[in-house]
Design a protein around this ligand. Structure first.
Ligand SMILES: C[S@@+](CC[C@H](N)C(=O)[O-])C[C@H]1O[C@@H](n2cnc3c(N)ncnc32)[C@H](O)[C@@H]1O
Length: 285
């Protein structure tokens, strides 16, 4: 369960910042709070009763990080099934995409499961030589995982995330068995340079502010083909406008796409959570 790895995170998250919920947060950021939330995850591979210890370790680590580079940067390790470790640079201040969100971890780890690889040995062939486009990639965690599983990946996000994406590609290039490149893609924009449609479009935690819903749907329509499988992982949030935003998103989505929910028991056995969902989305025929 996620809480075994991230225990303490719920506590911090509730106190500081439960979700990215507005466009301004997407571009200006309350990411210091998020950074604390994420760092809590790293510091917390233990039990609830150990939390005060982890909290102290976390405070110390954050203080050191601030002293070191002024950006309060910290690395989120993501262990793969083969024992290798993706290292994801995050920043404690900046835009909403500069930390790794839970949905990204859940989706990245799902790509390694036997269910995703269609019954073959977990994490092996399904992505080999497949084309993948990741939307709203943030740190690039999901796309990088796909690239280590043999996929040819384009990780996309706004201009302001490009340096972080490129840094994370560099930090993990020794693990990549397919290929990966970073590109700017703002949802809703007309683009001709990504054709033909990819085999997969991946998106983690991209449904969170109202103004983005229609542009995001336009991008999904423009970039997917009849055979593209869109895999959307999102955290179901109950606060503020989030339920309304999710409802609207799925209503609009279902005008053009069919949805299939992946049952929780098919997610990675450790990195799963009742409130984080994975959907396969395909263009209606
Ligand atoms: C909550 S973060 C999720 C980041 C990453 N997928 C993860 O789960 O760790 C949402 C991401 O969507 C990106 N985003 C928001 N609005 C966007 C837009 N209009 N066009 C492209 N990307 C956008 C943000 O920059 C951010 O990286």
């Amino acid at each position: 369960m996620i809480k075994n790895h991230f225990s303490g995170l719920g506590f911090i998250a509730l106190v500081t910042n439960p979700s990215p919920s507005t466009e301004s947060q997407a571009t200006t950021g309350h990411a210091h709070a998020q950074g604390r939330r994420q760092a809590g995850r790293q510091a917390s591979a233990g039990c609830w009763s150990c939390w005060p210890v982890f909290a102290r370790q976390l405070e110390r680590a954050m203080a050191e990080a601030v002293l070191e580079d002024g950006l309060c940067s910290f690395v989120r390790p993501l262990e793969k099934r083969d024992g290798t470790v993706l290292r994801l640079q995050q920043y404690g201040s900046g835009s909403v995409g500069c930390v790794v969100w839970d949905a990204a971890i859940v989706l990245a780890k799902y790509l390694e499961t036997q269910h995703f690889s269609g019954g073959a040995a977990a994490g092996t062939q399904a992505l080999r030589q497949r084309s993948v486009l990741e939307l709203g990639a943030g740190t690039g965690a999901v796309g990088l995982m796909a690239a280590t599983l043999g996929a040819d990946v384009i990780v996309t996000d706004l201009e302001e995330l490009q340096d972080l994406l490129k840094l994370n590609i560099k930090m993990n290039e020794h693990l990549i068995t397919g290929s990966v490149q970073a590109k700017v893609l703002k949802w809703g924009e007309e683009r001709k340079d990504y054709l033909p449609p990819p085999d997969y479009i991946l998106m983690a935690d991209c449904i969170y502010y109202e103004e983005s819903l229609e542009p995001l749907l336009k991008t999904l329509k423009d970039f997917s083909g009849p055979k593209t499988c869109i895999i959307c992982c999102y955290e179901q949030r109950t606060m503020g406008k989030n339920p309304e935003i999710e409802k609207k998103y799925f209503e609009l989505l279902q005008l053009d796409f069919d949805l299939e929910k992946i049952p929780l028991e098919k997610h990675d056995e450790e990195y799963r959570s009742e409130d984080i969902h994975i959907l396969y989305i395909r263009k209606k025929k």
